[in-house]
Design a protein around this ligand. Structure first.
Ligand SMILES: Nc1ncnc2c1ncn2[C@@H]1O[C@H](COP(=O)(O)OP(=O)(O)OP(=O)(O)O)[C@@H](O)[C@H]1O
Length: 606
């Protein structure tokens, strides 16, 4: 598993930054050989100096080579740093692109509501995208250390085979102990994922312009930041625990290493006194012991870093390898133009196996070319039904049929080209007015006529036209337009009702869709504006099939078919007159709303 992840990391680095990777690798190999070259050259110089007669010409070549290596060694870290940073930048860009491309392939909503998968996405986004860079970085560090260690192993043999063995074997407990700490750290990071997400939630909320109003009016800022610091405290406590364990392990290992170095030094000096080693040999052994100890410590640290980076990188791989969340047939059927009807046949749905049923055997036919309205109390399941029609989820049981074809036989992307939905909680993007509309169909991005036509149908054209920069006005107060950096006048914020109209324009811009779903798109509009929007929408729906969800029965009454959804079941169906005559829940609700209007009209009149 770790090996597979390492291979994937290396492959990404090779794809993203081949030249930088090759340069970085060469520099690290040379870096690993440098201490060896320096030690052997120094030994040669010292031995010649210690000889009875020595001339300048005897050692000038060695001395110049030594000096040249010194110059190269002084420059190398800067070159390595540049190559490493450039490689990491390129790798991060590639990983980020692949991550979001993968997330974009999740056509349903399930994964965005699964806490375990959200943890994978959060770790992939924060740490996983740096994984390949860190793995390569640590891997090349290991390679460099390994070259130094193996190169000096022969030198240590000068002191006897057991000496080389002791030095090399002393690295094993260090490796084992450090990897154990690393595993604990990775497990802790995974455990802290939900807390980290909550910390992020609180910190974003506290500076979110949309949340600022409520937070101030309710005076809950303190409560929220204290909740945030409570999360940070727990995260810090866990990190501290691991840091302390690491401190103990590293102190013990440092003692072991210093003890071995000291003992070897004593051995070398004693051997020299006995005439078994030359002065140059002693210099070489001292350099060898120091270099091997440093390289072994580097090897351990880099192994642990690589291991840590790989564990985090696995979250990234989980996300990019997750594949489609909704099953898509190998050969999806093309979505035909809707001619007859959309049918929900015995549809049961719950958001997860441990959640209650939201829809319980819904049977509903939405005839093509007409408008069907769904009414029901809060939580009855109306928006859930809409999500199944857009195939943001699949029914747990039963099926949704498009002219008799199960929508699971289509590619969801194709289906959504035929279905347009405007939700009550549609987003207002911090982009220009033009982009806010064109996001409904990006082919219209530069087609002002289409954008304006959609805006006119939604009754927002006059408003947008009068903005300081017309359709090019940024609809935000949190960014400046790039061209006018620093000008606080660049952004505008629309009212709630205007934003809804904008969302309607976005929903309408796609030509050729068959089904227009309006899930309370006018809840933020005043009565006059709502009437205006609905009469415009009626015209827009004329050639399409419409599904309307609304709590305002004055709007609903004009639909050809009305169904009442209660506790996940359809309890009444018919047109307005039929439902009023039936005297059921619809009739009672309609009476209640009408009485409210009559009372307020009477109040105004008196
Ligand atoms: N993502 C979700 N995960 C779990 N449960 C959900 C989710 N979304 C909605 N529900 C639950 O499903 C039920 C139906 O919700 P839904 O939003 O479909 O109702 P609705 O009829 O549209 O309500 P409203 O009139 O308030 O908009 C509710 O009990 C709600 O708690």
């Amino acid at each position: 598993m770790v090996v597979r992840a390492a291979n994937r990391a290396l492959a990404i680095a090779r794809d993203a930054a081949p030249a930088q990777l090759a340069g970085y690798m060469s520099a690290q190999v040379l870096g690993g050989l440098t201490p060896l070259a320096v030690a052997w050259l120094t030994k040669a110089v010292v031995d010649r100096l210690a000889a009875a007669s020595v001339s300048w010409s005897d050692i000038v070549g060695l001395a110049v080579t030594l000096a040249a290596i010194g110059v190269a060694a002084a420059l190398a870290p800067h070159a390595i740093r540049y190559l490493k940073l450039e490689m990491e930048r390129r790798v991060r860009l590639t990983c980020t692109g692949r991550l979001y491309a993968a997330v974009d392939q999740f056509t349903g909503l399930g994964r965005f509501e699964d806490p375990a998968f959200l943890d994978h996405m959060q770790t992939a986004q924060s740490a996983g995208i740096n994984g390949p860079g860190e793995v390569v970085d640590s891997g090349l560090g290991m390679l460099r250390s390994l070259i130094t260690v193996l190169g000096f192993a022969g030198t240590l043999l000068l002191l006897g085979p057991w000496v080389a063995t002791v030095v090399l074997v002393s690295a094993i407990p260090a490796m084992v102990a450090e990897i154990a700490v690393s595993r604990r750290r990775a497990a802790m990071v995974a455990r802290m994922g939900p807390r980290q997400r909550r910390e992020l939630f609180f910190s974003s909320l506290l500076i979110d312009p949309d949340a600022a109003k409520e937070i101030r009016l309710f005076g809950v800022g303190r409560y929220l930041w204290q909740r945030m610091t409570a999360e940070i405290n727990v995260i810090n406590r866990e990190h501290r625990r691991i840091d302390r364990r690491e401190l103990v392990v590293q102190a013990a290992l440092a003692l072991l290493s210093a003890g071995i170095t000291g003992a070897l030094l004593l051995l070398a000096v004693r051997a020299a006194v006995r005439g078994e080693l030359s002065v140059g040999d002693v210099v070489l052994v001292v350099a060898a012991v120091a270099s091997v100890q440093t390289a072994l410590a580097g090897l351990v640290t880099d192994t642990v870093s690589a291991h840590q980076a790989l564990l985090l990188f696995r979250h990234y791989l989980t996300v990019v390898d997750a594949g489609p969340d909704l099953p898509v047939p190998v050969k999806p059927r093309p979505v035909p133009v809707l001619r007859r009807e959309i049918e929900l046949r015995d549809v049961w749905f719950r958001y997860a196996d441990d959640q209650p049923w939201v829809l319980r055997g819904v049977n509903l036919v939405i005839p093509a070319g007409s408008t069907t309205a769904v009414v029901g109390l809060n939580g009855a399941g109306k928006s859930t039904l809409v999500k199944l029609l857009c195939r943001l989820y699949d029914p747990t049981r039963g099926s949704v049929l498009w002219d008799g074809i199960d929508v699971r036989e289509f590619d969801p992307v194709n289906l959504r080209e035929r279905v347009r939905t405007v939700f009550q909680d549609a987003l207002a993007y911090d982009l220009t007015a033009r982009e806010n509309i064109a996001l409904g169909d990006l082919t219209a991005l530069t087609d002002q006529a289409r954008i304006e036509a959609a805006a006119r149908t939604a009754g927002i054209h006059e408003t947008l036209d009068k903005l300081p920069r017309g359709y090019e006005t940024l609809l935000t107060r949190i960014f400046f337009a790039e061209s006018e950096h620093g000008d606080p006048e660049t952004g505008m914020v629309l009212s709630g009702g205007q934003q809804q109209r904008l969302a309607i324009a976005r929903g309408l811009i796609l030509g050729g869709s068959d089904l227009l779903i309006l899930d309370e798109p006018s809840s933020a509009l005043d009565a006059e504006a709502e009437h205006d929007v609905h009469s415009r929408l009626r015209d827009a729906r004329r050639s399409r099939t419409g599904l309307l969800i609304s709590h305002r029965l004055g709007v609903v009454r004009e639909a050809e078919f009305i169904v009442v959804l209660a506790e996940g079941r359809i309890t009444e169906r018919g047109n307005h007159e039929e439902l009023i005559a039936a005297g059921g829940a619809y009739s009672a609700l309609f009476e209640l709303q009408a009485a409210g209007y009559r009372a307020s009209t009477a109040g105004v009149a008196s």
